[in-house]
Ligand binder design. Sequence first.
Ligand code: AP5
Ligand code: MG
Length: 219
Amino acid sequence: MNIILLGPPGAGKGTQGKLIAQQYSIPQISTGDILRANVKNKTALGLKAREFMDKGVLVTDDIVVGMVEDRIAMKDCQAGFILDGFPRNINQAGVLGRMLEGAGKKVDYVIGIEVDKKALVKRLSGRRVCRKCGESYHIVFSQPLNQGICDKCGGELYQREDDLEETIAARLDVYEQETLPLVAYYTERGLYRAINGAGAVDMITGAIVEAIEKGKHNT
Ligand code: AP5
Ligand code: MG
């Protein structure tokens, strides 16, 4: 089962992706996480990607497409995967479709997590992430037990460079211009399922699972 999680910055793609991945025992593939790992390790790819990420704009398609192609070819993706943050524009969606078709696969569900802009800004500006394991927290909505320290691994919590106010605004604009057209793209193909991303995390997970299970019965 191959799932795309679509939604603006801060919608909860990372949060929900982890939970859905556990539920269906398939990996979550976050292009943002892979890029950040490359930036952290100062790889050639990371050095190229960083200037785009810090400005809140999309990294070039060639960088991201190659990354996804390599990841999807791995053994743990055989039974399916959850894409978080890819595709991000119409070109990437087209490339993904062809890539999967070539491998005898397809996109089964596109789950669109919908949250209003005001809430997105609140979520992003208050987000804190573990430097070591990548776990996400929020200074109001999802506090760690000990301030500044990850509950899971004891790592230090930090604020993502692109979660500063100006960069958040740029990312939301980029989403509207480049990524939002994917809602129509996947609606036309009968794959888009809108999920209300406001409310408690577990309620939203429940709604996503329900949409997937309903889709299974209709095919
Ligand atoms: P990426 O890492 O994908 O960032 P994003 O799309 O901007 O999304 P976020 O990770 O910020 O938000 P999220 O939806 O995962 O929300 P989260 O669950 O963390 O991309 C970063 C950059 O990499 C891009 O700008 C670009 O440069 C580059 N890039 C990545 N993919 C690319 C691609 N395909 N092509 C080109 N460039 C690419 O939640 C956010 C916060 O809200 C957290 O604090 C969380 O605790 C909290 N929260 C979650 N759910 C709830 C809830 N229900 N109620 C209250 N709070 C909640
Ligand atoms: Mg994320």
